[in-house]
Design a protein around this ligand. Sequence first.
Ligand SMILES: Nc1ncnc2c1ncn2[C@@H]1O[C@H](COP(=O)(O)OP(=O)(O)OP(=O)(O)O)[C@@H](O)[C@H]1O
Ligand SMILES: [Mg+2]
Length: 247
Amino acid sequence: MSSMIEVRQLKKDFGSLSVLNQISFDVKPGEVVAVIGPSGSGKSTMLRSLVHLEEVTGGSISICGKALVEDGRYASTANIRDITSRMGMVFQHFNLFPHLSVRDNLELAPRTLKRESVQQITAKSRELLSKVGLSDKADVYPSTLSGGQKQRVAIARAMMLSPDILLFDEPTSALDPELTGEVLRVIRQLAEENMTMMIVTHEMSFARDVADRVFFMDNGDIAESGTPEEIFGSPKLERTRAFLMRE
Ligand SMILES: Nc1ncnc2c1ncn2[C@@H]1O[C@H](COP(=O)(O)OP(=O)(O)OP(=O)(O)O)[C@@H](O)[C@H]1O
Ligand SMILES: [Mg+2]
C-alpha cells in the first residue's frame, strides 16, 4: 500500500468561515508527521476530519486505500465506522470516561464492537497498560491519576482496536512541564515501532526529534512542509520563520 492517509483538496467551512482551504497531503506507512502552526490555523479541524468528528465541505480522504469521503460524498455509515476504526485519536484533554475504571476505559469500545473475545480484550488491555507503564492502575478511576498518567491511559485506549494510524492533538498541552516527558517517551517509543502517526504539537524540539516530516499550517493551508531539518533549519517562508521565532 502506498499511502496510509491520502487527502485531496480537502475543504471545510464553518458557515462563511473557510477553515481548511483545499489541502492535499499523503502519509506513508510508518511515517511520523508533526503538524505545527498558529492558533486557529486549522490543525485540529484537519485531524478531526480524518476521523469523521467533522463533516468536510468538499474534497477526498482515503485511509489505508479506502475512501472515507470522495469529492465531498461520504461512504456508507458501516464503511465510515470500519474506516475510522483503523485510527486511534488522543486529545489534549484526555477525554477519559470519569465513571469508568482505567481498565473499563480501555475495554469499553472493543467490548461494544465484539470483534474479539472478552479474554482477548482483557489480555490486550493488560498488555497496553504495561506498555505505557500503568499496570498498577487498572482498577482506579481517572480522577485519581496525574495528567501524565491520564494521557498515557488515553494512548493505551486509543490502541485497543489495534489501529494502523494514531492521531494526537496537542497531547501534552494540558500537562505541567514535568509531566510532558513521560507522555512524549511513550509516543517516541511508538515511533520507533513504526506506528504511522500525525501529531499536532507545540513541542518544537520533540517535533524536530521524532518527526519524519513537518507540516506548517497557516490560515487553513499547509503553507510549508518538509523534513525537520528543512522546516526548523532553513524554512522557505517568512511566516514559517516568524512562527518559529515566536514559539
Ligand atoms: N465547531 C466550530 N464552529 C465554528 N468555527 C469553528 C468550529 N471549530 C473550529 N472553528 C474555527 O475554525 C478555525 C480553526 O480552528 P482549529 O481548532 O482547527 O484551529 P487550531 O489550529 O487547532 O488552533 P489551536 O492551536 O488553538 O488549537 C478557528 O477559526 C476556529 O474558530
Ligand atoms: Mg487545535
